[in-house]
Design a protein around this ligand. Structure first.
Ligand SMILES: Cc1ncc(COP(=O)(O)O)c(C=O)c1O
Length: 502
């Protein structure tokens, strides 16, 4: 593959422009590709190199590369760098002779056999971390304490629904979820989260991820503008990119998503993805004025609001904030929840609560996607909720997690204090802690990982440059192991060149 130098002189990013930096870089690279200045097979600099040459964060470059890959302009193989696609999306319809006779490398040929959507989904592997370990590592985020899950009780409920083939759970009857589970979810979401809905609006999905994928596919056309929180949840970004969305990052502060900046950058989004109860990953709760502004703007511009309420059950102080959906008077909110955080991730049960006008279309579509969890698992979960085990489990875990969180906070206030400061915000299964400006959170996370400590760099979630930090899970780890890991992490930070907070 020829190592074509990138015409860097032609790329100028304007930090004062309304358009985000990653978008400017995306536009510049796309233009260079279409104008032929970057020909098929041309190798692009590594994200690290280009970021340092342009003076921007590495995530800005990664995001531009990710979007260009999603749209078929770039191809990349792990370890082999990123190259301009041999066949550009704009010329796919009239595959020219040259491209057909070219002998591409096998890996690129495989990429070319994928659809644009397939390439978009495949491109998410650059950033989406996978959990492949059987046991949680200290500070791994996203994981509940499955060690405390009442597995014997659960297995009895599963068995109850698996022993009689005449129980209606062995056929195709449960397209959008069993009635009992949809009833239980509607009652729970209404009582605990202030969601206004009937059972008919609930669509059970194979985890929140399937809900995201279904909502993105049903509501977006390729190129539709979408606001995402920055930093934000990679699983949502992946699903949105997979549906062809043009992503507009909107910054987040201690009141949640900054609605006014979103409007400045893209006044007419088709969809807005938010985590209002507990922003992923910074932990802010969306303030009431911002909630009202968001609802108002969504209504005015006809955008859908996708409310991801992934871990609202875990607040350790104060009263839980009711859902955005409960405040919505104009049927703009699509609410989604998951049992992955309250029970265990492998249960693969989540749900969408959609406005009545969308029920029929979503119900038809989910049958086609097949994103539906097994019926016996749904039936066991419906019993688990209806018989009161769910409420009891959440209450019990809330106390356990509060103690685990307090333990991590204590370490942050003591041995980790020179380097880490917990972000404001409260609740959940994990927290974000800021490093001093100038710290390289990826290098620190990599060094920690070598020692078996699974902290995640905050920059991984960012599309634009922002404060460095670490995302730290505590819910899955008992206190003694949290203490030990915090001491080890302090040792790693002390031995690194990481600056300290003044
Ligand atoms: C913000 C957010 N939304 C959704 C999910 C996905 O949940 P599920 O495991 O049900 O797909 C997660 C899991 O980490 C999450 O953090």
């Amino acid at each position: 593959m020829p190592a074509t130098p990138l015409p860097l002189g032609t790329i100028a990013l304007d930090t004062d422009a309304a358009s985000p930096l990653y978008r400017q870089l995306y536009d510049a690279l796309r233009e260079a590709i279409l104008a032929g200045r970057l020909g098929p097979g041309a190798r692009l600099p590594s994200s690290r190199l280009l970021a340092s040459e342009l003076g921007v964060g590495r995530n800005t470059v990664l995001a531009a590369y990710e979007q260009l890959s999603a749209e078929g302009y770039l191809e990349g193989q792990v370890g082999a760098g990123t190259v301009v696609a041999a066949t550009l999306p704009d010329s796919l319809l009239e595959l020219d002779r040259q491209a057909r006779s070219a002998k591409p490398k096998a890996a690129n040929a495989n990429m070319r056999r994928l659809s644009k959507r397939g390439q978009a989904l495949s491109a998410t592997r650059r950033t989406m971390p996978g959990y492949t370990r059987a046991q949680a590592r200290p500070f791994q985020h996203g994981l509940p304490g499955v060690d405390e899950f009442p597995a014997m009780l659960w297995s009895r409920l599963l068995a109850r629904h698996s022993r009689d083939t005449r129980n209606g759970l062995f056929g195709y009857e449960t397209g959008i979820g069993t009635e009992a589970l949809r009833e239980a979810i509607a009652a729970y979401a209404g009582a605990a989260r202030g969601v206004a809905c009937t059972r008919d609006q609930v669509i059970v999905t194979a985890g929140a991820q399937a809900a995201l994928d279904l909502a993105a596919r049903m509501l977006l056309d390729p190129g539709d503008p979408v606001w995402v929180e920055d930093p934000g949840y990679l699983g949502a970004r992946g699903a949105l990119l997979g549906a062809g969305a043009a992503i507009f990052p909107v910054p987040v502060d201690e009141e949640g998503i900054h609605v006014a900046t979103g409007i400045e950058r893209q006044a007419s989004p088709r969809l807005i993805y938010v985590t209002p109860s507990h922003q992923f990953p910074l932990g802010a709760t969306l303030s009431l004025p911002r909630r009202l502004a968001l609802l108002d703007h969504a209504r005015q511009c006809g955008a859908w609001l996708l409310e991801d309420d992934y871990d609202s059950e875990y607040r350790y102080q104060g009263r839980p904030i009711a859902s955005l959906q409960g405040l919505d008077k104009a049927d703009t909110v699509i609410y989604m929840g998951t049992f992955a955080k309250t029970l265990f991730p492998a249960i693969r049960i989540g749900y969408l609560i959609v406005p009545e006008a969308l029920v029929e279309a979503f119900a038809a579509a989910i049958r086609i996607t097949g994103h539906v969890p097994p019926a016996a698992v749904q039936a066991a979960l419906a019993d688990f909720i209806a018989e009161g085990h769910y409420g009891a489990h959440v209450r019990r875990m809330r106390a356990i997690y509060a103690a685990r969180r307090a333990c991590l906070m204590e370490s942050l206030d003591n041995e980790l204090a020179p380097w880490l400061r917990a972000a404001p915000g409260e609740g959940g299964l994990q927290l974000a802690a800021f490093l001093p400006d100038g710290a390289d959170d990826r290098a620190i996370a990599a060094a920690a990982m070598e020692a078996g400590i699974h902290v995640t760099p905050l920059s991984l979630y960012r599309l634009e440059a922002g404060r460095p930090g670490l995302y730290m899970g505590y819910a899955a780890i008992p206190e003694p192991a949290l203490k030990r890991a915090a001491r080890d992490l302090a040792g790693i930070l002390a031995a690194s060149s990481c600056p300290t907070h003044s």
